[in-house]
Design a protein around this ligand. Sequence first.
Ligand code: SF4
Ligand code: SF4
Length: 367
Amino acid sequence: MKLILFGDIPNWNRSIQLLQTYRPDIFIAGLSSVSLGQFASSSVTYTPEETAVLYRSHQIDGVINIQGENPYYFRLLKELGIENIYVIPHTLYQKLELSKSIDGDAILYPYKEVLPELMQLEFHLADHCNLNCKGCSHFSNLVPQPVFPDKEQFVRDLQQLTGYFSQIHDFYLLGGEPLLNPEIGVYINTVRKAFPYTNLIIVTNGLLLLSLKEEVIQMIKENRVHISISDYTCLDRDKIISFIQAHALSADLREGKECFSKYLNPQGDSDKEQVFANCIRRNCTFLAKGKMAACCQPFVVHYFNDYFHENLPEEEGIDLYEPGLTGWEIQKRLITPMESCRYCSADVPFDWAMSKAPYSKDDWCVN
Ligand code: SF4
Ligand code: SF4
């Protein structure tokens, strides 16, 4: 079988290595990517359009989408008329990383024969926060009292998701401040059980890190949880770094990466297609109360509405219990603009700062 490998350039090598090791019968006829960059003039690289020509003229049998989690790539290939699309399950790479055997696995699957993969999923362990960042995009500084999720619902929802997706690449437990949730261990266990090979990540402001109980630290390590710490100026970096090293935790301090911006348009007259196409949050897939959406906004904007007496759409999303729903249908809807997108606008960045009540609508709104 002659196939072209399609995906982001940094991922080419590991796919080639995997195929050469486990499927030497596959002939890799070339490499393709949305942007070929420095490899554009190579004799073995093809633009997606050139790949489609090779497919239509039967010079190749199909394309391997090496990023099966990327619904935009599937859409592009299908729009180009390429029907024979194959995927390499991401769990194989994870198993190899954990030194587990993948002998006997077919490695390459027609995409329709496997459940789709999800790029990432975010879930709030607490809507509220112990910081008051100006213009918090999850509206955590507007949450009037502690709000924790429903544990049983979360267990049910994850069970439901295992019927739709074979893998979730990155699973973020965040908030608000996730370490405020005293039952954080239950959530970690639930995710790890449902998706054994997901990258499980806690996103925290770090303020409670030093007071984590020993049993929680052990659970974090046993479940291969990474801790991503927002490096706000109020943090004692040296103490945090010593703590991480002392406990041999997998963690990163996101230095200078915190990018705050305001983008709401309460008039709701934005072009949703255009705003969605340029939105940096459209892949921050969010789970709440049995629903999923492209971002958290539909599930947390009620805090903004309540505080400022506004009327932005609430609870818009994909009902995970809708009869007949499939993972592929979820993927399709996640890359379709929502009504909520009419209430967003182009981002206007600003420097991180603390805020305090009474809050100003200007912290979130561009007009
Ligand atoms: S730490 Fe994060 S969640 Fe908390 S207020 Fe700041 S931006 Fe929002
Ligand atoms: S509602 Fe739409 S445009 Fe606004 S942040 Fe979410 S995905 Fe982006």
